[in-house]
Design a protein around this ligand. Structure first.
Ligand code: ADP
Length: 262
């Protein structure tokens, strides 16, 4: 058991104490496993009933009963939201099971183009959206996971930036490797919240987050995905002026792009 070994190797105690410590840690690990399994099972079990509710709501035609139209609309929004929470919880559970990372060539050019399109679709023309590709370097990692992490940062930027704001996506080389940054001129985050931002369900303002359709799980997903790629999330923000979220990758994660025409 790794926990036992950790206790025995790291701690300068007597034999008996080392065993006790080892057992305490493995108890904690078992509890953590129970928590993870519970979340995964509940989320999985919620999927089917939600799909059924969702399906029936789609069948209801508000024009048949105009007085119910606002109720039906609200029920659709809320079931959509619940579906998103369940999907995010399942994604987090998958990330927590420590399955080996599916490593492949991540072509950044098409990924960045997709992220830009997603930003435009979410913004509905309310923001200035810019993509700066300062390098043609690619990444080595999981396309699915990295796409999901970067998308979360992009959708946050759109949701927490008022109309007319500017959102910039930047992909560039650094001394250590490369960096993907999402910058916005939005509401910003007070400094005392920054340290806890990647905790599950942590929100600076729950009403604003709920209004904008957040699940409170986005940044936890980002942090897990980056951890699995040995990358770091850096957050800078100035309330009232905007925020900058950057994902920093080490040079071992970089790849030269494949040129089909070469
Ligand atoms: P949510 O689904 O609530 O957006 P996240 O985990 O993605 O959950 O983000 C956690 C909290 O961090 C949000 O509720 C919001 O308060 C804050 N936040 C995240 N991104 C930004 C941003 N670009 N600008 C301002 N606040 C942000």
């Amino acid at each position: 058991r790794p926990a036992l070994r950790l206790g025995m190797v790291m701690m300068p105690f007597g034999h008996h104490q080392r065993l006790m410590l080892g057992r305490d840690i493995s108890d904690l690990m078992r509890l953590e496993q129970v928590r993870q399994d519970f979340v995964a099972n509940v989320s999985h079990e919620l999927r089917t009933p939600l799909t059924v509710i969702h399906g029936y709501l789609e069948l209801l035609d508000p024009e048949d009963q105009p007085e119910l139209a606002p109720v039906i609309a609200e029920m659709r929004v809320q079931s959509e939201r619940m579906g998103q929470i369940v999907e995010d919880l399942l994604m987090l559970s998958r990330l927590e099971t420590h399955q080996p990372l599916q490593e492949e060539h991540v072509a950044m050019r098409p990924l960045l183009a997709t992220l830009r399109k997603e930003a435009l679709a979410l913004s509905h023309g309310r923001h200035h959206i810019e993509l700066q590709e300062r390098t043609d370097t690619d990444l080595y990692g999981s396309v699915r996971e990295l796409h999901s992490a970067f998308s979360n940062l992009v959708s946050n930027a759109v949701r927490y930036t008022p109309t007319q704001g500017r959102i910039t996506l930047i992909w560039e080389r650094t001394d250590e490797g490369a960096r993907f940054t999402v910058e916005d001129t939005g509401y910003g985050i007070p400094a005392n919240h920054l340290a806890r931002l990647t905790e599950r369900f942590y929100r600076v303002s729950s009403s604003r987050s709920r209004d904008t359709g957040g699940t409170g799980l986005g940044l936890s997903i980002v942090k897990h995905v980056l951890n699995r790629h040995q990358a770091q999330l850096h957050i800078e923000s100035e309330p009232g002026h905007g925020s900058r979220f950057s994902c920093r990758f080490g040079s071992m994660r970089l790849l030269k792009p494949i040129r089909l025409d070469a």
